[in-house]
Design a protein around this ligand. Structure first.
Ligand code: HAM
Length: 419
């Protein structure tokens, strides 16, 4: 492997494509703030316990995918595989446990040791939101509506919203028993992962993608039958509010989600332009347990994968790549002219004009080539004769016109030539 290749499952993001990322981030800030959410930045690594306890020991992420290391003090640390547990840990430092709602969002890299594939990275980026501290179907529905609003602003059409209910603990005990009995009868013909899931996390069988397991999953009993009326009513209310908000969705009884902290509403957003890894966002209501905390933190939220949002935008051709706009490139001949070039570039930048000045002694032709390569809108030329006359020449590259300006001209006057 070439030394210049980043580690598998990671990628460099170059200036040519960075405007796509700014677009996702700026739009998130704009939309989420309309719903009263503020940005929270947490560390990218935490004590391992935060994730073990927060996501649940039996989740695949905790068992197989975490980047865990010992720090120099012998403490076990983990690069965050997702944002929710870290956010809950941070919010313990606020009055959220007294029932005071917190609305936060976060943007940043996450790390999972998965097998890299199209749309699946080991370092990927999420934009996530968490509405923490209160339980109400209205909040779940508002959260989903906010995700759809965000998507609309990103011009991502054609996404499918799947929703389901996971019930709460007391619903799950009889439901898990029912699933165990049902799958237990055919487990010998199911995949090895499902054999483990039968013991550890029977719900995840519903999510299995192996062909051998499909016929059993398709005729599995509906677990919601075991849920209490209260839980069913909660989910019905979420659906009603979504209907009244005009949000289109499909109830998918097999939607479980990969993390164990979910209760009540769960949802996932898929896009047909993505291939096998087609989830662009996922979320739901949760109860997150943290080390040394008796009570879980409750909330509802989601996270969207930025790489996948970009893939959806690419598939829909709604990407608008803005190249770095360079207003001016300064060409100079000789040491004295170069000194003047640096002086002028300082003044122009303070007047908000983007400038690169050549600093090497190169031929005029080579310098003009650089200006063209960088797509500069204007080229300033300071040659020997210009220096003698205390002037510089500004060439407008698209119109082919040029003006000669004195170095003594007021900067406000000078900037007009770069409009
Ligand atoms: P998640 O479904 O694990 O949920 O991840 C959310 C999104 O992150 C996925 O829908 C996908 O777009 C993106 N994603 C996940 N793994 C990868 C990967 N390896 N490569 C590229 N993109 C990926 C969570 O992380 C929850 N914390 C969401 C949440 C917030 N639930 C409640 N609040």
């Amino acid at each position: 492997m070439a030394k210049s290749t980043p580690p598998p499952g990671t990628a460099d993001i170059f200036p040519e494509e960075i405007s796509r990322w700014y677009n996702l981030e700026d739009t998130a800030r704009k939309v989420f703030s309309l719903y009263g959410f503020g940005e929270l930045r947490t560390p990218i690594f935490e004590y391992t316990e935060v994730f073990k306890r927060g996501l649940g020991d039996a989740t695949e992420v905790v068992q197989k995918e975490m980047y865990t290391f010992e720090d120099r003090g012998g403490r076990s640390m983990t690069l965050r595989p997702e944002g929710t547990a870290s956010v809950m840990r941070a919010l313990l430092n606020t009055d959220v446990l007294n029932g005071n709602e917190k609305r936060v969002y976060y943007i940043g890299p996450m790390f999972r040791g998965e097998r890299p594939a199209a749309g699946r990275r080991r370092q990927f980026h999420q934009i996530g939101v968490e509405n923490v501290g209160r339980v109400a179907p209205e909040l779940d529905a508002e959260n989903i509506a906010m995700l759809m609003h965000y998507l609309e602003e990103l011009k991502i059409t054609g996404a499918e919203l799947l929703i389901n209910t996971r019930g709460v603990e007391k619903d799950r005990i009889p439901a898990a028993k029912m699933l165990k009995e049902y799958f237990g009868a055919s487990i010998d013909t199911m995949c090895d992962d499902c054999k483990v899931r039968l013991e550890n996390n029977v719900w995840r069988i519903l999510d299995c993608k192996q062909t051998a397991c499909q016929e059993f999953i398709e005729s599995a009993p509906d677990v919601v039958e075991c849920f209490t009326e209260e839980t069913k009513e909660y989910f019905k209310r979420v659906c009603e509010i979504l209907d009244s908000l005009g949000v289109k969705y499909t109830v998918d009884k097999r939607l479980v989600r990969g993390l164990d902290y979910y209760v009540h509403t769960v949802f996932e957003l898929t896009h047909p332009g993505l291939g096998a890894q087609n989830a662009i966002a996922g979320g739901g209501r949760y109860e997150v347990h943290l080390p040394q905390q008796k009570k879980p933190l409750i909330g509802v939220g989601f996270a969207a994968g930025l790489e996948r949002l970009i893939m959806a935008q690419e598939a829909l051709r709604v990407i608008n790549d803005e190249r770095l706009a360079l207003d001016c490139y300064i060409v100079s001949m000789g040491d004295a002219a170069r000194a003047k070039a640096l002086e002028l570039s300082g003044k122009l930048r303070k007047a908000n004009i983007a400038v690169i000045a050549e600093v090497e002694s190169k031929s005029m032709k080579a310098q003009m080539r650089s200006a063209n390569r960088l797509n500069a809108k204007h080229v300033v030329i300071i040659g020997e004769s210009e220096l003698e006359d205390n002037v510089f020449v500004v060439k407008n590259m698209s119109e082919g016109t040029q003006e000669t300006i004195s170095f003594d001209t007021d900067i406000n006057e000078i900037t007009k030539y770069f409009a």
